[in-house]
Design a protein around this ligand. Structure first.
Ligand SMILES: Nc1ncnc2c1ncn2[C@@H]1O[C@H](COP(=O)(O)OP(=O)(O)OP(=O)(O)O)[C@@H](O)[C@H]1O
Ligand SMILES: [Mg+2]
Length: 143
């Protein structure tokens, strides 16, 4: 889980670049967009047209295997933005279910990097429930 208290410190940029760099080094990497409320990892990876996303897995409309896309030599799990679905996920999805889903991602990859949202609001639950370790990101300019 790549996280920070403040927004805009570079979490998404680091997730994308670290993921691709590890891929170049021959590691089996998956990067996952855990920023449900403001998903943009897919956009940064040039994948804004993916119809099926992590949100569909959380809402039970798709399987894990349907949302793993190959791009830039690594696996990418984008999260689309649909207001109703984000609300649905945050109010209904249980931590145990998130852990189950993440377990499925982990079975098909060596390393899973999760781009977390800033702060500790509700939307962070996905990343917290999923993560084994945390990599904090800060910068000298804005924390
Ligand atoms: N190492 C860096 N050096 C300079 N600029 C950077 C660096 N990393 C990211 N940026 C720039 O900082 C801005 C925010 O980056 P990014 O979206 O990755 O942050 P974030 O922590 O994911 O933001 P959010 O909290 O909104 O999810 C972008 O304009 C990005 O290009
Ligand atoms: Mg981000």
């Amino acid at each position: 889980m790549i996280a920070s208290g403040k927004g805009g410190t570079g979490k998404t940029t680091l997730t994308a670049n670290l993921g691709v760099a590890l891929g170049v080094l021959g590691r089996d990497v998956t990067i996952l967009d855990g920023d449900l409320a403001m998903a943009n990892l897919g956009i940064i990876m040039g994948m804004h047209k993916c119809e099926v996303s992590f949100l569909d897995v959380l809402t039970g409309k798709a399987d894990v295997k349907d949302v793993i896309y190959e791009n830039h030599g690594i696996k990418v799990v984008p999260t689309g933005f649909r207001f109703e679905d984000v609300h649905d996920v945050l109010s209904k999805v249980k931590r145990e279910r998130v852990e189950e889903i993440v377990g499925e991602f982990l079975r098909q990859t060596e390393l899973l990097l999760i781009d977390a949202p800033a702060g500790i609001a509700d939307a962070t639950i996905i990343s917290i429930a999923a993560a084994r370790e945390m990599l904090p990101v800060c910068n000298l300019r804005n924390g």
